[in-house]
Design a protein around this ligand. Structure first.
Ligand code: NAD
Ligand code: TYD
Length: 344
C-alpha cells in the first residue's frame, strides 16, 4: 500500500511516520509537509534513509499541487495530520487555521474523490466537543456529544470534520475520523504545555500557568494515539468517528508540579499569568467505542508515560534546543535541498 501522511514533520504525524515505516516495511509511507514553524524534519531523521519512506514538501491547501501529486503518486490511503494546531496562535490569527485546517482538508478530500482513494482518515481532536464543567466529573465526551467549539482552532477542526462526513454521505468517500485528547511524548514542539515545562524548567526559567491552573486535560501518550489511528484506518467502519483517550485527567497545575518534581526543580518557578481567552475548562474522553469495537487498549498511563517522556527530553536536548534557537529551520536546506532528496 502507498500511504500519504500529511503533517508528518510535526509532533503526532512524525511519531506516526516512525511507527508506520517500522511496522509496515512492505508499505510505502509518503510524508507531505509544508514545513511551517511547527514542521521539523529533524523529527524524521530516524527514518529518512529507509527505503519505504519519502518526504515531499508542499501545502495541502495548494489545489494544483495536490491534484498533480495524487495523479503522479497513486495513493491508496491518506491520513491527514496537517494542521495549524496551537490554540493560542488561533486566537491571535485565525485565518491560516481556516486555510489549512478547513480548505486544506477539502482540497485533500476532492483529490481523494477524483483519484478513488481506498481510505481517507482525518485526525481530529476532542476540542470539537467544547468543554465540560469542573463540577461534573461524571460527564465525558462520546462520539454523539454535539460539536460546540470554543476557539478558532477547534472551530476550524470541527468544520473539517463536517466536510469529511459530508464527502462520505454525498460522494461515498470511504472516510474515518479519530478525535483524540491531549497528546504528549517525544518530538512535541516546545510551545505546548508539557515540553514547554520541561525545556523551561531545565533552563531554570519561569513556567507560565494560565489563570488558576485548574483547567483539566486528558493526557494520552502519542504512541497510543498512533496505534489507535493505525487500527481505525485498517479496521474501523467507514463513515464512523472514534474517540481516543485513556482516562488520564489532570489539572494543569498537577501536570506542572509532576514535571517539576521529576526534574528536581522548585515550585517557585510557577508563575500565574493572564488566562487564555475562552479557555476550555475540562476535556475528558470516553473511548468505549474504540475499545469494544476495535480492541484498542492504551499501553501507557500518565504515571508511566511522563517519566519516559521527561527522560526522552533529557536524552535529546539537541532536538529541542535547535527549535528554541531556530536552527531546525535550516535542516531542510542542509539535508534535503543541497542533497537533492526532496522536491519543493
Ligand atoms: P503540529 O503543529 O506539531 O504539526 C503540524 C504539522 O503540519 C507540521 O509539521 C506543519 O508543518 C504541518 N502543516 C501545517 N500546515 C500545513 C499545510 N498547509 N500543508 C502541509 N503541512 C502543513 O501538530 P500536532 O500536535 O502533531 O497535531 C497533528 C494533528 O493532530 C492536528 O490535526 C491536530 O489538530 C490533531 N490533534 C492534536 C492533538 C495534540 O494534543 N497535539 C490532540 C488531538 C488532535
Ligand atoms: P496546550 O498544550 O496549548 O494544549 P490545548 O490548549 O490544546 O489543550 O495547553 C494545555 C493546557 O495548558 C491548556 O489548558 C492551556 C495551558 N497552558 C498553560 O497554562 N501555560 C502555557 O504556557 C501553555 C502553552 C498552556
Amino acid at each position: 500500500m502507498k500511504i500519504l501522511v500529511t503533517g508528518g514533520a510535526g509532533f503526532i504525524g512524525g511519531n506516526f511516520v516512525h511507527y508506520m515505516v517500522n511496522k509496515y516495511p512492505e508499505d510505502m509511507i509518503v510524508n507531505l509537509d509544508k514545513l511551517t514553524y511547527a514542521g521539523n524534519l529533524e523529527t524524521c531523521k530516524p527514518v529518512e534513509d529507509k527505503p519505504n519512506y519519502k518526504f515531499i514538501k508542499g501545502d495541502i491547501a495548494d489545489r494544483e499541487f495536490i491534484m498533480d501529486l495524487f495523479e503522479k503518486e497513486k495513493f491508496d490511503v491518506v491520513v491527514n495530520f496537517a494542521a495549524e494546531s496551537h490554540v493560542d496562535r488561533s486566537i491571535e490569527d485565525p485565518e491560516i487555521f481556516v486555510k489549512t485546517n478547513v480548505m486544506g482538508t477539502t482540497t485533500l478530500l476532492d483529490a481523494c474523490v477524483k483519484y478513488g482513494i481506498q481510505r481517507y482518515h482525518q485526525v481530529s481532536t476532542d476540542e470539537v466537543y467544547g468543554d465540560l464543567p469542573l463540577d461534573r466529573p461524571d460527564l465525558f465526551f462520546t462520539e454523539n456529544t454535539p460539536l460546540h467549539t470554543s476557539s478558532p482552532y477547534s472551530s476550524a477542526k470541527a468544520s473539517a470534520d463536517l466536510f469529511v462526513l459530508a464527502y462520505h454521505r454525498t460522494y461515498g468517500l470511504p472516510v474515518t475520523i479519530s478525535r483524540c485528547s491531549n497528546n504528549y511524548g517525544p518530538y512535541h514542539f516546545p510551545e505546548k504545555l508539557i515540553p514547554l515545562i520541561i525545556s523551561r524548567a531545565l533552563n531554570d526559567e519561569t513556567i507560565p500557568v494560565y489563570g488558576t491552573g485548574e483547567n483539566v486535560r486528558d493526557w494520552l501518550h502519542v504512541y497510543d494515539h498512533c496505534v489507535a489511528i493505525d487500527l481505525i484506518v485498517r479496521k474501523g467502519r467507514v463513515g464512523e468517528v472514534y474517540n481516543v483517550g485513556g482516562h488520564n485527567e489532570r489539572t494543569n497545575l498537577e501536570v506542572v508540579k509532576t514535571v517539576l518534581h521529576a526534574l528536581n526543580k522548585p515550585e517557585s518557578l510557577i508563575t500565574f499569568v493572564t488566562d487564555r481567552k475562552g479557555h476550555d475548562m475540562r476535556y475528558a474522553i470516553d473511548p468505549t467505542k474504540l475499545e469494544t469495537e476495535l480492541g484498542w487498549k492504551p499501553k501507557y498511563t500518565f504515571d508511566t508515560g511522563i517519566p519516559m517522556t521527561i527522560q526522552w527530553y533529557l536524552d535529546n536536548k539537541e532536538w529541542w534546543e535547535n527549535i528554541i534557537s531556530g536552527e531546525y529551520q535550516n535542516y531542510f536546506e542542509k539535508m534535503y535541498v543541497e542533497k537533492g532528496r526532496a522536491k519543493e
